[in-house]
Design a binder for this molecule. Structure first.
Ligand SMILES: Nc1ncnc2c1ncn2[C@@H]1O[C@H](COP(=O)(O)OP(=O)(O)OP(=O)(O)O)[C@@H](O)[C@H]1O
Ligand SMILES: [Mg+2]
Length: 311
């Protein structure tokens, strides 16, 4: 049984001339962390909201644990939780209220709700502010309250749309840990993020969408194969002709003062000899998901009459 089975899903928002998502078909296996990557406006949130029963598709079918999105909506809702991209906690309620009462509403008994609320608030370092009204929390604390609400449930499927946006590095790691624990307990997670390190740490499967279409899909190592070379070298711009570098691999844009080159390990010696001879800055690193992402979707300006339309 698939956690999500989406077939030819499209969405055209009212008043828009183009598709926000265009014929997306995806199978999401249960018990895995599945990450959607894509530039702003690619269609990630649209896809997430459709699967989470918040938005109707224009065409196509979606099944969540074999339940049809349209026919079995209520059944699906009992099995899922979502951290929406632009959610905010209610100003006049506390973190404790949010998590505890959310569990009570979802049918968890008092004792269990109490235990779970305490556990998650401690894990996310919100316990000390558990009785502070949301309007007096910092931006990151508010975001963590939303994540805590979803993570405290025992939903079989979690939709996390940029869950760690605006969080400090320590807080992000608290959330990563909680996400991994959820997975170990069999929960399926559909994640979106713009943080490539987060995607690398968490994802079992990745899908890259661009302008509403799936352009690459697979495990991290499958996705990496989009770049044929296996290492990255950065070298000072001054001193080496880019034609010389081109003969060793693919030159991509570097920083202000360096050129970035995707190349093979077998070329390191020759290239480092050039750098040493001319006394140039030289750095060898593995190719990251970030590099693959930029090489797949970063070359053209982000199209967007789609950006202009919102209702
Ligand atoms: N309510 C709406 N009405 C009309 N168009 C919309 C609406 N919401 C999103 N869109 C458009 O649909 C397209 C996809 O948007 P979506 O929010 O799904 O992108 P995203 O990949 O989540 O982007 P981001 O990374 O910025 O969150 C965009 O062109 C956007 O302008
Ligand atoms: Mg989004």
């Amino acid at each position: 049984m698939k956690a999500i089975e989406a077939v030819d899903v499209t969405k055209k928002y009212k008043g828009s001339s183009s598709y926000a998502i265009n014929n997306i078909s995806l199978n999401i296996e249960p018990g895995r962390i599945f990450t959607l990557l894509g530039r702003n406006g690619a269609g990630k949130t649209t896809f997430v909201r459709i699967c989470a029963t918040q938005l109707l598709p224009s065409s196509g079918t979606v099944k969540i644990f074999e339940n049809d999105l349209i026919k079995d909506t209520e059944k699906i809702r009992n099995n899922i939780s979502i951290v929406p991209q632009e959610g905010r906690p209610l100003r006049a309620l506390t973190p404790w209220d949010h998590v505890y009462y959310w569990l009570r509403i979802r049918g968890v008994n008092k004792q269990e709700s109490y235990t779970r609320a305490e556990k998650i608030l401690r894990e996310f370092e919100l316990y000390d502010v558990r009785n502070r009204l949301a309007m007096y929390l910092s931006g990151g604390m508010k975001q963590k309250v939303l994540v805590a609400m979803a993570m405290a449930t025992d939903s079989k499927l979690l939709f996390l749309d940029e869950p760690t946006i605006g969080l400090d590095p320590v807080s992000r790691r608290q959330i990563w840990k909680a996400i991994k624990e959820k997975k170990e307990n069999g929960t399926t997670i559909l994640l979106t993020t713009h943080y490539m390190d987060e995607a690398e740490v968490l994802s079992d499967d990745i899908v890259i969408i661009d302008k509403g279409i799936v352009i690459s899909q697979g495990t991290i190592s499958d996705i990496r194969k989009n770049i044929k070379e296996n290492i990255k070298i950065e070298i000072s711009k001054s001193g080496v002709e880019s034609d010389v570098l081109k003969s060793y691999g693919t030159v991509v844009d570097g920083g202000m003062e360096t050129i970035k080159l995707f190349t093979f390990e077998s070329n390191i010696q020759e290239l480092s000899a050039i750098a040493i001879k001319k006394n140039l800055f030289f750095k060898v690193t593995p190719i990251t998901l970030d590099d693959v992402f930029v090489s797949l979707v970063g070359s053209e300006p982000n199209n967007s009459d789609r950006e202009l339309v919102r209702d």
